[in-house]
Design a protein around this ligand. Sequence first.
Ligand SMILES: Nc1ncnc2c1ncn2[C@@H]1O[C@H](COP(=O)(O)OP(=O)(O)OP(=O)(O)O)[C@@H](O)[C@H]1O
Ligand SMILES: [Mg+2]
Length: 169
Amino acid sequence: MDINALPLFEPLEKATEIDHGKQGIIYRLDNHLCVKIRNRINEKEYEKVQKEAGIADDLYRGGVSVSRSLGLFRFSVSSFETLPSPLNAETFLLGFVQEFIYGSHYCDLPKRLHQEAEKKHAQESDKAEALGFRGFDNFYSTRNVLYQVENDSLERAVLIDFGLWVRRT
Ligand SMILES: Nc1ncnc2c1ncn2[C@@H]1O[C@H](COP(=O)(O)OP(=O)(O)OP(=O)(O)O)[C@@H](O)[C@H]1O
Ligand SMILES: [Mg+2]
């Protein structure tokens, strides 16, 4: 793949880091959007992120509560406040732009909301399963769901990070 073939995303302000996972760093772009920048750039990474964006799209269209995908873009390294030094050596970075979800991880919820959180998460997982997708349950997957709380009640579970999801064939 040629990263130069991707549309260039130029944030109005420098993107600030909000969190990171094993595969990438998440930067805030504006009030509505964030981007996952992969730790490495090569053909395999490109394929992985394309697959992830495709799964996010299919889930969204299938009515599953997910962070909506805006697709793949290239970013200039100068768009970021801080970057790990190996990435600084690049000219452009590969970014998966998505809706920024205002929400909390399971571990940051008050205990009294845990049961409802599990129920809402299970409902979304079941919908995804019915569409032919499967996520993975492991230690990290607890950070791959964001929970929105309103007026002291659990409103919505939003699935994020489809990097390890598989499509049933
Ligand atoms: N769309 C989003 N809106 C808000 N926060 C997000 C969003 N996507 C990711 N994050 C934050 O960044 C963290 C890491 O994101 P993500 O799980 O996509 O990265 P990863 O490198 O693929 O992770 P993993 O280590 O699970 O493989 C999340 O746990 C969450 O806190
Ligand atoms: Mg994750």
